[in-house]
Design a protein around this ligand. Structure first.
Ligand SMILES: NC(=O)c1ccc[n+]([C@@H]2O[C@H](COP(=O)([O-])OP(=O)(O)OC[C@H]3O[C@@H](n4cnc5c(N)ncnc54)[C@H](O)[C@@H]3O)[C@@H](O)[C@H]2O)c1
Length: 249
């Protein structure tokens, strides 16, 4: 499905980003994998090699605009183009009510989860415009369309990611770019485990999904692979939940 495609994935060390990298590679894409954690992103590269794929691993901070541009430049130098970009890096931030939320935490979460996607898109769009084609998939969340207590920065950032996605889809649709957002429900990853600290909170979370369970990273990755591919050629500006029914209530 993605033979001869070049993909860039941020947050590729862990959880959803690693699963996306593995599924895109399985479908035939060559990849640039980036993350703050170089050891773990190298591990993702080794997993891709073990399944016969090709990738490079780069340490890069999505909260640094220049680093985002350098990452795209490196991808084009290495592979000649960038067909697919998946902006997946993200953090949860602390749990606190809005009036008590620390300004430092607010700035950290907005920097990574919202500015990080904006910086990434700026660089990715510039490269894709030169080619006249490209598919960008931003990892938002179900919390990009509804609220939840004690995560004001995360919820605001994810709502922002969906708005950015819709705006850019309109701006670049006639230039051959498709730009979509994906909204995972709660997915079993290190990030989710850091947020859910008690057995009762875990049970409540299961009950919040119509399927009665949390998702697996690969279940998000399969949707991303489809959006990335030419099979989704008429899909842009869309927000696709992959949430076990979380938003269906
Ligand atoms: N797990 C869930 O339940 C869930 C639900 C909805 C959305 N999401 C979103 O999915 C994405 C991936 O989350 P996950 O659950 O796989 O988390 P994770 O913690 O397993 O992975 C996140 C990755 O992002 C990297 N990262 C963090 N800050 C970075 C930065 N500044 N620059 C580069 N890399 C950075 C981390 O090193 C890590 O490898 C995030 O955007 C998250 O908000 C997760």
């Amino acid at each position: 499905m993605l033979k001869n495609k070049i993909a860039l994935v941020t947050g590729a060390s862990s959880g959803i980003g690693r699963a996306i990298a593995l599924v895109l590679a399985r479908e035939g894409a060559k990849l640039t994998l980036s993350d703050l954690n170089i050891e773990l992103v190298n591990e993702t590269r080794e997993l891709i090699s073990a399944q016969g794929g090709e990738s490079i691993a780069v340490k890069s901070d999505v909260g640094n605009a220049k680093a985002c541009h350098d990452l795209v430049k490196l991808t084009v130098e290495q592979f000649g183009k960038v067909d697919i970009a998946c902006n997946c890096a993200g953090i949860g931030g602390p749990s606190a009510l809005t009036a008590d939320y620390s300004l430092t935490a607010w700035e950290q979460v907005i920097r990574t989860n919202l500015s990080g996607v904006f910086y990434g898109m700026q660089a990715q769009i510039a490269a894709m415009m030169l080619q006249g084609s490209g598919s960008i998939i931003n990892i938002a969340s179900v919390l990009g369309v509804v609220g939840t207590p004690r995560s004001p920065a995360y919820v605001a950032a994810k709502h922002g990611v969906i708005g950015l996605t819709q705006t850019a889809a309109w701006e670049y649709g006639t230039s051959g770019l498709r730009i979509n957002a994906v909204g995972p429900g709660y997915i079993e990853t290190p990030l989710e485990r850091s947020l859910v600290t008690s057995a009762s909170a875990h049970d409540a979370l299961l009950a919040a999904h119509a399927l009665g369970r949390l998702g697996q990273p690969k279940e998000v990755a399969e949707l991303v692979a489809w959006l990335a591919s030419d099979r989704a050629s008429f899909v842009t500006g869309a927000f696709y939940p992959v949430d076990g029914g979380y938003l269906a209530k």
